[in-house]
Design a protein around this ligand. Structure first.
Ligand code: ADP
Ligand code: MG
Length: 288
């Protein structure tokens, strides 16, 4: 991270990046965990919030057994600070609840409660990563549009491209999110660049958005094995060529200046710029 970003952090609180996708199973959690681990390696203090509420699995990927989850915060029986789990990779996790369908659609009060509780942690972290659910559900739209930066993950296949376009369309038209970092998973460089250009040309044609290609991750059997073994790709697979691409991708994301990948107005989780996260029509002075 550049000095400038450290300075920005000191004055404004942690940087917040949401990791989202149009379709599930495209590597959001894998990428979020490796972003957090790499940030920790660089000396930052990252927090990873598992916001795939109801179907959370960051803890499973990391082999962490949470004592309590965000469900306890939402029920009012725990404070966010008390449910944080440390990992052996140098970052902390807010575990999401699993198997509770009511978590999949939080009402406005509970959404606000999650942000309020997160805000109490602002001094402890430099970077907050939010691993969201897939699709265009309310939780995804809320967490994504409340964050400064959005990292979209997709596969280089037509269904993933179509669903990513749908997510970009809803986020841009209904929530005013204009800038998206884009990572393509399970593709070689050529396939990834081709998929990115297809996505970009449709977006350029129909939407007013800026897409920032941050890299690709090739398909690797080691990745499946790592997830099975609850360890990071960085840990034991030094010879896997996917490591170089993954490292380059996460470094690109971490090095992007906040002002360039923010959503135009540096909307800020910590300052409760909640009007930006509300659907168009409920905002004062909305209309783009
Ligand atoms: N680059 C890759 N190569 C091989 N398998 C991958 C790769 N990325 C992800 N996977 C597989 O896809 C599965 C889904 O990844 P995950 O990060 O849980 O997706 P999401 O969070 O988007 O649902 C993983 O369990 C892993 O087995
Ligand atoms: Mg996931």
């Amino acid at each position: 991270m550049s000095l400038t970003q450290h300075e920005q952090h000191k004055s404004r609180g942690p940087r917040v990046i949401a990791v989202s996708s149009g379709k599930g199973g495209v590597g959001k959690t894998f990428l979020s965990v490796h972003l957090a681990a790499r940030a920790a390696e660089k000396g930052l203090r990252p927090l990873l919030l598992d916001a795939n509420l109801g179907l959370a699995n960051v803890d499973v990927m990391l082999g962490v057994t949470p004592q309590a989850t965000i469900n306890d915060v939402i029920q009012g029986s725990a404070k966010m600070e008390s449910i944080i789990a440390s990992t052996r990779h140098g970052f902390d996790v807010v575990p999401g609840g699993c198997g509770l369908s009511e978590l999949t659609v939080l009402d406005a009060n509970h959404q606000r409660l999650v942000l309020d509780e997160l805000e109490t942690l602002a001094d402890h972290y430099d970077l907050v990563l939010i691993d969201t659910a897939a699709g265009i559900g309310e939780n995804v739209l809320y967490f994504t549009s409340s964050s400064q930066s959005v990292l979209l993950t997709l596969a280089a296949e037509p269904t993933s491209l179509t669903n990513t376009y749908a997510l970009i369309k809803v986020l841009s038209r209904e929530r005013h999110v204009r800038r998206f970092m884009v990572a393509i998973n399970q593709a070689d460089r050529e396939e990834a660049e081709f998929a990115f250009h297809r996505l970009q040309s449709v977006c350029d044609h129909y939407l007013h958005v800026y897409l920032d290609y941050v890299g690709h991750i090739p398909s690797s059997p080691d990745i499946g094995r790592c997830i099975q073994g609850q360890r990071l790709l960085f840990e034991r697979n030094e010879n896997d060529p996917a490591i170089a691409d993954l490292t380059s991708l996460v470094d690109t994301v971490l090095d992007r200046p906040v002002t360039l990948d923010g959503n135009g107005n540096l909307q800020f989780f910590w300052q409760h710029n909640l009007s930006a996260a509300l659907p168009v029509g409920t905002q004062a002075g909305a209309g783009v």
